[in-house]
Design a protein around this ligand. Structure first.
Ligand SMILES: Cc1ncc(COP(=O)(O)O)c(C=O)c1O
Length: 467
């Protein structure tokens, strides 16, 4: 086994605290502090974000509508939040920074605003939210490339064949499955050479790396607050204003208009055009507070995640029977997201056992990137029906599932972040080592809802009402 992390306390000192630090969760034999490896799905709120939210909740009034003091303050908060988020993504002075619900909503808004004669080019490895909003009729989907260079060449060829007036390349800065990072400068260079615009999906990049729309000459960026340590419900689309200002309003209604008469509606320009209805000020403030904290602590966060991520990859890679899956190979640039499978154990069983027996949260499945996971796993997750000798395979047989289910394509994803502590990484490596060697300690059955241990199911799922 490889060496554990050195000086973990010093590593932790510079990173912002989350509101869930020290959270206790039930395991089969008691309670334990939660080891969060599910940041790629949703991050916990930072403490500074929670306190900003508390302040808004204690004092907000109507936004952009009233003249009372709370209304004026609330309007100011909303405007400041837009400025903060714009700074965070490195927006140009002329860019629009539009608040949305999440990344999916941002891309759906951009798809709605595309000029009619536009071709969208994307790799099949993208998250479905990035791949699907544009419509199949105008999307050219490129196969999952073996290397970055292959990808750039394929993009170059595809853009060379585009005959429409406009084109848009959509790419995730970091893969939500494998953590692989795309070289944004190379994508922008090839796209702009062909006159195409670039939309950067920063949902997985922004929690880990600085975003620089202007510096990279990227045309649009989208991200979700709940992946950068703000609660759910707010995202952003930032970028060039021309297509957005000529598109029909995304949410026609109050706030999106300049004037309405019997004969004419004059729609607003700028972000307001697409933000009809009363905006989510609490969400915007939360997102802005998260942006401010990440920007302030970037260097410490990078060091922290690099150390923990490297330890996690090394530790998992050294376990017999564990396979790590990457887009571009083990030496490539990656953020702290690791996809793996355990020979003889179904991914869902691994993630359930990690939770129930070790208090570790990971994700299993295909992560809304089915084509990528199918590509990585080749249609076989490593669980061999009737392979025998493995506790996991025995358990599968005891559960009575047909063998076709055993070959379900799925991986386990461990994504670390600011709520992950160095000892959690050690716990995960130990847990996977034990699972790979002898399978789960408890007996599990699979229902439609997933894997369960009847003896502890009630304790691990019951929680009291918040209201
Ligand atoms: C790369 C990527 N893009 C887009 C999304 C969609 O984000 P949301 O669900 O917040 O809209 C995700 C979510 O996991 C993602 O990982």
């Amino acid at each position: 086994m490889t060496a554990t992390l050195e000086a973990p306390a010093a590593l932790c000192a510079g990173v912002p605290a989350t509101a869930t630090d020290g959270l206790q969760v039930p395991v089969a034999d008691g309670w334990i502090d939660y080891a969060n490896f599910d940041h790629a799905a949703s991050t916990p709120a930072l403490r500074s974000v929670a306190s900003a939210v508390e302040r808004v909740v204690a004092g907000y009034g109507s936004v952009h509508r009233g003249n009372g003091h709370p209304s004026r303050v609330t309007s100011q908060w909303y405007d400041q939040a837009r400025e903060e988020v714009g700074r965070f993504v490195g927006a140009r002075a002329t860019d629009h920074v539009v608040f949305t619900r999440n990344t999916t909503d941002s891309w759906t808004l951009l798809a709605h605003a595309l000029p009619a004669d536009t071709t969208v080019v994307a790799f099949a490895s993208e998250h479905h939210s990035t791949l699907l909003p544009w419509g199949a009729h105008r999307t050219v989907t490129l196969g999952v490339p073996a290397t970055v260079a292959d990808g750039i060449r394929a993009l170059d060829r595809a853009l060379g064949e585009v005959t429409s007036r406009h084109s848009l390349v959509v790419v995730a800065g970091a893969s939500n499955v494998t953590g692989d990072v795309w070289p944004i400068a190379d994508i922008v260079a090839v796209a702009h050479r062909h006159g195409a615009r670039v939309a950067l999906d920063a949902a997985q990049l922004a929690p880990h790396r600085r975003i620089d729309l202007a510096g990279w000459d990227v045309d649009y960026v989208a991200l979700s607050g709940h992946k950068i340590y703000a609660p759910y419900g707010t995202g952003v689309l930032a970028g060039r204003g021309d297509w957005l200002d000529t598109a029909a309003p995304y949410l026609p209604g109050g706030g999106a208009t300049v004037s309405v008469t019997e004969s004419e509606v004059v729609w607003a320009l700028g972000p307001a055009r697409h933000e009809g209805g009363t905006p989510n000020v609490v969400g915007a403030v939360a997102l802005a507070a998260a942006c401010a904290a990440l920007a302030e602590h970037r260097a410490d966060i990078a060091l922290y995640e690099h150390a923990l991520g490297a330890r996690l990859r090394r530790g998992l890679a050294a376990i017999p029977g564990v396979r790590l899956h990457t887009l571009f190979g083990s030496g490539a640039d990656q953020v702290a997201v690791v996809a793996f499978t355990v020979d003889g154990l179904e991914a869902g069983l691994v993630s359930t056992a990690l939770s129930v027996e070790y208090g570790i949260g990971v994700r299993d499945g295909r992560f809304c990137a089915h084509r990528l996971v199918d590509h990585l796993l080749g249609g076989d997750s490593g669980v061999a029906a009737g392979s025998g000798g493995s506790h996991g395979a025995d358990t599968l047989h005891r559960s009575g599932m047909p063998s076709a289910r055993l070959r379900e394509v799925a991986a386990v994803r461990a994504s670390l972040g600011l709520a992950t502590r160095p000892h959690h990484v050690e716990r995960l490596i130990t847990a996977v080592t034990e699972l790979a060697a002898r399978g789960p300690a408890l007996s599990y059955v699979r229902s439609e809802a997933g894997w369960e241990t009847p003896s502890v199911a009630a304790a691990t799922t019951s929680s009291s009402r918040l209201w």
